[in-house]
Design a protein around this ligand. Structure first.
Ligand code: GCW
Length: 842
């Protein structure tokens, strides 16, 4: 071996020192706008960047563009650009609209055909000086161009010779937030609202401004801040000045404010005895209300409407249609160039489940297709990407081709309501892209969903993209540090749906964690595999997310879909599973698609395996294209999925010391939790299907857990066995609890295995109505203790609260007694399900 010379050792030490500075502690608040210092060679690449920035023009948005540029360059390169107002006598970065640039320096580059919000980045000589030009037709485009330059620098891209035009795919690129005025957020998983608290707009809107900056950096230009389950108070006269304060913090970032409104507002807060859209008094009320809003908020964007849905009032009260309601409101907004998003999420949630022809998936098309052409041109129909409700896999909604003479926007969901609620890693761009790229066959040439919603297919004047995001006051915005990849990915796809998921994942990883190739490769690989992993241990074959649809929408709840009016049925019985939506024998839903698509899904042969149970009811023994039976696929995919979830932990472990300690620890905690909860999912779904089908797992895994000691089978002191409901939510259908008057309980068993190193998995229930304490002892020695203080969505011991604690590296000897102690707290009775013991070498 070669001797290390002292200089090399110094080099190594220096490298280590550099690595530790780059591994700075981070909260995630900066998201993808970290502007972390570039080191050595990477920084050298930008040595010739001009020292001056010149802004031609004067507006809040241009001011943001300039300050952002200065901030980013300062952060990444440690230099403060000079701020100049006139064309320089030295190399410079020029920011301005094309018209401002042309009049200051005639002959300067201008890209023909730039659309609103699009921008041009160009390096060229101006009066003999080398300049980097960022230009657009409007100020917002200039801001977007600045963010693009900064992103290139952060990702180590060359900017010394640029001529690049970027255009948005569609004019509408919005987010919806389901924030309530009391500060709670419907389906929000990252703390309280950044907009509201205690019935008012927050006094401190710093976070709202920071959010607008994040949105602008990915090209989002509109944001509806209040829940679609709307509170009429949002339109009360004394509330409007509060909304204006939010608009003020959005404005510098080119983000237009919107709110969701309740169509019954004219009656509830307007003093009228009706909200009938055909009543002239109602029209006048909306008109006056809207005029008042625009007096305070001149750049107000418009409204979002949810009506006649899930118990909300709507035009049906008066026998009117969604078009009547939408147009009445749209006409009030029209003089101000405002728009109405009318949501197509309208369905009867009291559907008779006994009727095999009933089908919730049909609802949007059945209701909205007959109204095509009846909506005013400032109405946009906002259509969830699938016909049900953000399940882990759905086909594209047939309504996309059901409206040719009506503007459309696709509604996606960044907040992971049905995809793990930011406790499970689930990177959604690959799922969204399946729908966006899906050819709806509405013409001679391909007509993918992305083109239809962008207005390209049917030549609509407007349309685009909306995502429900639900960021909260948690420092990292969405709870899971890796979940922000979904917001980033949404913005990038709304800007350009032709970007690949791979590119988006890599960009995000670079911007959020730096350019270390190992980090970028590992994180993007984790992201890109995460949706298939989540799908495989939750709801495979298109059966829907087999979750508790009546409550949390979180853990497994296979039974909850059935025998109720909500219509998220999978129709599993003793013989088979799946919804028959064919035209021949089922609900006829497939006929809502154009011929080529309906033909594809009508036939069992051509329906892809991953959507089989969405379209067809088949016996459990039906053989998939993969060659497996349906039932064996269900078992195998759940086992493979749980294993793959465990593997995510290993992948993340390999990044220790390569990413900052704070985010490393937070992600690790969540991934370990996910690996445990994937087993809860696996066991609940597999056991449910074993019970109903009676067909055993070919590999003998389901129902057999040799490494497991059930708590109810241990020696109990104080602990009492009880039935967990539904039974598949716990191992063996039972668990033990330490209910009052007991104040401390224990469960013990003798270890009979060979002497060696072992890992212990303790499955316990962490409810949100108490903070029980647990201890594990081997003999007299305490080997672990913890408090069950997580905030899972459950007040009972069930699959939502079931949680795994892994204790690694225990030296066990035959005859050891293992004791579990629980101390209940409040309504949480320190419930225990089982212990599993595995050799540490496995
Ligand atoms: O997915 C369902 C959610 C509701 C939501 C509704 C909707 C805001 O469970 O919480 O209500 O969709 O999209 O309107």
């Amino acid at each position: 071996m070669r001797h290390l010379r002292p200089i090399t050792i110094c080099g190594v030490l220096l490298l280590l020192a550099l690595r530790s500075t780059c591994a700075r502690a981070e909260t995630g608040a900066d998201a993808w706008l970290r502007y972390a210092p570039l080191e050595g060679q990477a920084a050298q690449k930008y040595a010739h960047l001009p020292a001056t920035v010149v802004v031609l023009g004067d507006s809040l948005v241009l001011e943001s563009a300039k300050t952002e540029l200065i901030r980013g360059i300062r952060g990444m390169l440690g230099r403060t650009l000079r701020d100049d107002k006139t064309l320089p006598r030295e190399n410079a970065i020029l920011l301005g609209t094309t018209s401002a640039l042309q009049s200051a320096a005639p002959g300067i580059s201008a890209s023909a055909g730039l659309r609103e919000d699009g921008f041009l980045l160009a390096t060229e000589q101006v009066h003999g000086f080398d300049c980097l030009i960022v230009t657009a037709t409007n100020d917002r485009g200039v801001l977007y161009g600045v963010f693009a330059v900064l992103s290139k620098i952060a990702r180590d891209e060359n900017i010394s010779s640029l001529h690049e035009t970027q255009q948005p795919y569609a004019p509408i690129r919005w987010t919806d937030e389901w924030d309530n005025l009391d500060g709670s957020i419907e389906r929000g998983y990252a703390g309280p609202s950044i907009f509201f608290e205690n019935g008012s707009v927050r006094a401190d809107l710093t976070r709202a401004g920071e959010y607008a900056r994040l949105l602008a950096s990915i090209g989002i230009n509109g944001c509806a801040i209040s829940n679609v389950n709307a509170d009429p108070r949002v339109l009360e006269d004394n509330f409007l000045p509060q909304l204006a304060r939010v608009a003020d913090v959005f404005r510098p970032w080119g983000v237009q404010l919107s709110v969701s409104v309740d169509v019954s507002s004219p009656r509830v807060i307007g003093g009228l005895d009706t909200f009938d859209p055909a009543d002239p008094r109602v029209a006048e009320w909306w008109s006056k209300k809207v005029d008042g809003i625009y007096r305070l908020i001149p750049n107000f964007a418009g409204f979002v409407v949810k009506a006649d849905s899930e118990g909300r009032l709507g035009p049906a009260t008066y026998g009117r249609t969604p078009a009547d309601a939408a147009n009445a409101i749209a006409r009030a907004l029209k003089p101000h160039h405002g728009i109405v998003f009318y949501r197509a999420f309208v369905y009867n949630h009291h559907l008779d489940w006994r009727d095999p022809k009933n089908d919730r998936a049909r609802a949007a098309y059945d209701i909205f297709h007959p109204l095509d052409g009846k909506f005013d041109d400032n109405v946009i129909i906002q259509i969830k990407h699938g016909p049900i409700d953000f399940q882990v896999r759905e086909p594209a909604s047939p309504l996309f081709t059901g409206l040719e003479k009506t503007n459309e926007a696709i509604e996606l969901q960044v907040t992971q309501e049905y995809t793990g609620q930011q406790r499970h890693l689930c990177f959604l761009p690959p799922m969204w892209k399946e729908v966006l790229d899906f050819d709806m066959h509405a013409g001679e040439h391909p007509t993918p969903v992305k083109d239809i919603v962008a207005g390209k297919t049917f030549q609509r004047p407007t349309g685009g993209f909306v995502a429900v995001v639900n960021v909260g006051m948690d420092a990292n915005w969405l709870g899971h540090p890796l979940a922000m990849a979904n917001l980033y990915g949404y913005g990038r796809l709304a800007w350009n749906p032709n970007l690949s998921s791979n590119r988006i994942a890599r960009e995000w990883a670079q911007l959020s964690f730096g350019n270390d190739p190992v980090v970028v490769h590992t994180i993007s690989n984790m992201l890109l595999t995460s949706w298939p992993i989540y799908e495989s241990y939750t709801g495979p074959l298109g059966a829907g997310t087999l979750t508790d649809i009546l409550g949390s929408h979180y853990g497994p709840g296979v039974e909850s879909s059935e025998r109720n009016g909500w219509g998220q049925w999978h129709r599993a019985d003793h013989d088979g599973v799946g919804m028959d939506r064919t035209a021949a024998t089922g609900t006829g839903y497939v006929d809502q698609y154009r011929a080529a698509v309906s033909k594809l899904y009508e036939s069992l042969e051509t329906t892809p395996d991953n959507l089989l149970l969405f379209f067809h009811h088949v016996p459990y023994t039906y053989v998939l294209h993969s060659g497996k039976t349906v039932i064996q696929h269900i078992y195998d995919s759940h086992y493979a999925g749980a294993e793959a979830a465990a593997n995510l932990v290993q992948q993340w472990n390999s990044l220790k010391d390569r990413v900052d300690g704070e985010r490393y620890a937070e992600v690790l905690k969540r991934l370990e939790y996910q690996a445990g909860h994937a087993i809860v999912w696996r066991d609940a779904v597999c056991n449910w299907f074993l019970r109903i089908s009676g067909i055993p797992d070919q590999h003998g895994r389901v129902g057999h857990y040799p490494a497991r000691m059930e708590a109810e089978g241990m020696q109990l002191q104080g602990y009492v066995p009880f039935d967990v409901i539904p039974s598949e939510d716990s191992s063996g259908g039972k668990a033990v609890e330490c209910a009052p008057p007991a104040q401390k309980c224990s469960a013990a068993f003798r270890f009979d295995g060979a002497a060696g190193w072992y890992d212990l998995d303790v499955e316990y229930f962490d409810q949100n109505n108490g903070k029980s304490k647990f201890r594990v002892l081997v003999g007299d020695q305490v080997v672990d203790e913890w408090v069950a203080d997580d905030h899972l969505p459950a007040k009972k011991p069930n699959a939502d609260s079931s949680t795994r604690r892994r204790i690694t590296g225990l030296a066990l000897r035959p005859g050891d007694t293992i004791h579990l102690e629980g101390i209940p707290d409040d309504k949480e009775y320190a419930a225990l399900d089982y212990i599993e013991i595995h050799s540490s070498l496995d």
